[in-house]
Ligand binder design. Sequence first.
Ligand code: FES
Length: 570
Amino acid sequence: MSRPLRSRTWFEGSHRNNFIHRGWLRNQGTPSDQFDGRPVIGICNTWSELTPCNAHLRELADHVRRGVLDAGGYPLEFPVMSLGESLMRPTTMLFRNLVSMDVEESIRANPLDGVVLMAGCDKTTPALLMGAASVDLPAVLVSGGPMLNGKFRGRDIGSGTSLWEFSEQVRAGEMSLDAFLDAEIGMNRSAGHCMSMGTASTMACLSEAMGVTLPHNGALPAVDARRQTLARLSGRRIVDLVKQDLRLSQVLDRRSFLNAAVACSALGGSTNAIVHLLALAGRLGVSFTLDDWEMAAHDVPCLVDLMPTGRFLMEDFCYAGGVPALMVELGDFVDRSAASVWTGTLGASLAGARNDNRDVIRPLCDPVAPAGGVAVLRGNLAERGAVIKTSTASPALMEHTARAVVFTDAADMRAKVDDPDLDVRPDDILVLQNVGPRGYPGFPEVGNLPIPKRLVQIGVRDMVRISDGRMSGTAFGTVVLHVAPEAAVGGALALVRSGDRIALSVSARRLDLMLEPEELAARRAAWTPAPGPASGYAQLYTQHVLQADEGADFDFLVGCRGSEPAADSH
Ligand code: FES
């Protein structure tokens, strides 16, 4: 053991405070030997019935607990705020940083030597990793796992992806409401999170690719008994990590982040992962920027044929071999010297991995898409960057110059998008302003704004859409997201008016508003910011949230503050 356990300062000794620290825990039937110097492991749980994707995490935490006990540790489970994508308003992203604060302060304030992070639904994974990174104790992430494949009238359907597709069909009059409701009943039929390659699956898989989970954490279905085994082994492993004093900052370095960008491209993963990993890198002090993401992922083909990019779902990905099989297929794109909580190096953790279904995980010589990832765009419309997921974009729209149709905010969009009198043509570019981190506030997933109903009814299924918001990882289309600086802080996006022309060139990585500099300057001079929230958490959020290219973290949370509490209690 390379340094004394921090829990000893709570439990060792005969001072009055030691009496308090040990004595009150005895009301849970705790015997004296639990205070004998064994590692104390926190099981940080985002279980909640309001987060359906995480509703099984109490049971899974019991398997972690058994593992900790197997290895001679003392497990103590504690709750943190949970974020359920399907229920929370206005958007869970408003609260990701809040949860990270809950996690950070809960770990630091308590007698914990290491922590197992129990996550599932989209924001719970980055929130837990960010909070833990700012304390920097040994940590292992255990994901809840994806749901079984959805079923609808004899075929597989994917969370989110099929919903977006069906709801457009209902709007176009091509699907009955009866069929739509049948799909609702069959889509989410087991415990677990969304089973398409949405943000939850992406973050679980990228956590594995970064070495902060055990192998196969990303894809094992929530109800597969092997996930319970993984949880138990994670419980055992964290005790070892505490004994080695292998902290999160020693696992997650620049190599891990570059591997994650590579894996995200190969997965056809969610654009949201970019924001989350930029924020996590900021907590760890790792040099990793939007340009690094582009550099690492630029040439990496999409190999995993999962919705929303492709055909299959997470169950299929698991049976094909999951993340280890993918990392092996990626060959030299992966830096195997990066660390792993399981085996020391990522390379060692891939031993024995194999691809059992090359329809689902394709080889490099036969990819799903030649460049699977995210392109980072810059130009006078996105001076600090914007992103587009090329694997789900329409090839014909990736080089496109056209007239802008502008919605000034989400409410304006909802009010007008289905108006039969809206002046919009199939080749126009839809622009949505004021849905960025500060503008909404909270950076919601509205960037894949619906195609105007009048156009849906004549068969239009994709248009270029540009916003400072995000989109669900399960969504698709030629959608430019995360424009920075956002409209609410005076970015050029705020200055676009209907009728202006915009040029998108994915090949040149450009996004430009085709206005003379003098006109742009005049509009900028006339722009005034809207007032933000007057009180409460929303005020704190808008005053401190950073832009998308910095991960939308709070400025005062960037960095690691270590594990020392400010002072003793009592
Ligand atoms: Fe929780 Fe999709 S709603 S992961």
